[in-house]
Write a protein that binds this ligand. Structure first.
Ligand SMILES: Cc1cc2nc3c(=O)[nH]c(=O)nc-3n(C[C@H](O)[C@H](O)[C@H](O)COP(=O)(O)OP(=O)(O)OC[C@H]3O[C@@H](n4cnc5c(N)ncnc54)[C@H](O)[C@@H]3O)c2cc1C
Length: 380
């Protein structure tokens, strides 16, 4: 289906991201999977190509392209190469950039944004804790006043880019009310800030997912982002873009696996014919292709709404849960069509199947998405 919301400028941008993926991402995936993180070089190269600070102002080293269609293209091309590389890079571009752009003081902006855009500053966002994921208001990490500054204690888990991050955008409790949470900018070299293991995941091995520990970390007053005790609202306001980012990547990732699968079933023979010529294979692929087209149309509408500043949290929640389900269904179909090879780690389809599973869990579980939608309908 024609995707009418892109202009020639967007199409040119897509070509440069696709080239970047071919040259800088694809050849390194095996190594990054073993190292459980993507290399600094790819951040720096993405910075040189102006991919990291899309919405950031030009005077701070950004691209000045506050148009989410560029984020969509970057996310799609990265997810087509690897959903884990998408997670690592788009976490900064789609999720952290709005915090750094919209909530910072002049001094914070000047300190962090140029390095962020250049790929010299790898960032992470620390919300989830061992005892607080979906129920974020239960988080226990606490910052208490210490003169002008703060003292931070607590732990975070499952933090993407956490092991290597130079800066963590961190949620911590700063009052007695359930939602008295503030957001801090914690430098990677702050004394008392240590990293735990790079967690062994089922998939997305290229992404660094780590535990973070904070023991009496002294934060200066300038580490506070925005107003104290407003952190919960800040996080909620920025979740729609995070969820849209996951939706963009889910569809693109599954679509790329389906393309490879179609090639495979045209080649692979059984009973004297290509397995793609069995009616069952044709129907399975037709269903997968249709599901992706329909999902893509909804995501594109959401992107258009977001560009106009009209995307609601409920629409983003629908996009996130639906597309992550479609992604998992489609890739599972692809695994089946590969037969035993589809279960072999050396085949991309097998890795993509394991990589996809978490998209139903992170950025808010699909149950939480449905809760948001159900409540908007006056239920509960
Ligand atoms: C690979 C990976 C990367 C991640 N990256 C980050 C990151 O960079 N930063 C960060 O802060 N976090 C990150 N997370 C954490 C992720 O956002 C959480 O895992 C997720 O929000 C779920 O929280 P939880 O794991 O504590 O599960 P729980 O909240 O314990 O949920 C367990 C189950 O209970 C269900 N459930 C919970 N509440 C309800 C309810 N009200 N109604 C119905 N069902 C409910 C859930 O849907 C789920 O099925 C990452 C996680 C993974 C696995």
């Amino acid at each position: 289906m024609q995707r009418a919301h892109f202009t020639d400028e967007h199409r040119l941008f897509r070509e440069s991201v696709a080239e970047f993926c071919r040259r800088e991402v694809a050849p390194n995936l095996d190594r990054w999977r073993h190292e459980h993180s993507i290399s600094r070089d790819v951040w720096l190269e993405a910075g040189r190509q102006d991919f990291l600070g899309l919405a950031m102002p030009v005077e701070l080293g950004g691209s000045g392209l506050a148009d989410f269609r560029f984020n969509q293209i970057l996310g799609e091309e990265l997810a087509a190469a690897s959903v884990a590389v998408n997670s690592a890079l788009c976490l900064g571009v789609d999720i952290i950039a709005p915090y750094l752009l919209e909530l910072t003081t002049e001094a914070q902006r000047e300190r962090y944004i140029p390095d962020f855009c250049a790929g010299r500053l790898v960032t992470a966002i620390g919300m989830t804790e061992p005892q607080a994921g979906s129920d974020l208001a239960a988080l226990k990490t606490r910052a208490v006043r210490d003169g002008e500054g703060w003292i931070l204690n607590g732990a975070k888990t499952f933090i993407t880019n956490g092991g290597g991050a130079d800066l963590v955008v961190l949620a911590a409790r700063t009052g007695e009310g359930r939602k008295d949470v503030s957001i801090f900018l914690v430098d990677g070299d702050a004394e008392g800030f240590t990293r735990g293991r790079r967690l062994e995941k089922v998939g997305q091995h290229e992404a660094d997912t780590s535990e973070l520990f904070f023991a009496d970390v002294r934060l200066p007053a300038e580490a506070l982002l925005g107003e104290p005790n407003r952190g919960f609202a800040y996080m909620m306001e920025r979740l729609p873009q995070e969820r849209l980012s996951v939706a963009v990547s889910s569809v693109a990732n599954a679509a790329s696996v389906l393309v490879e699968t179609i090639e495979y079933v045209k080649e692979r023979q059984a009973f004297g014919q290509a397995i793609g010529s069995f009616q069952n294979s044709r129907f399975a692929i037709a269903e997968a292709d249709t599901e992706l087209d329909v999902a893509q149309a909804y995501v594109d509408r959401c992107v258009e709404a977001h560009v106009r500043g009209e995307l609601s949290g409920v629409e983003a929640a629908k996009a996130k849960w639906w597309t992550s389900e479609v992604q998992n269904r489609v890739i599972d179909t692809c695994v089946q069509l590969y037969g035993g090879y589809g279960y072999m780690e050396e085949y991309r389809v097998a890795r993509a199947w394991a990589d996809a599973r978490v998209t139903k869990i992170y950025a808010g579980t699909n149950e939480i998405m449905k809760d948001v939608i159900g409540r908007s309908l006056g239920l509960g």
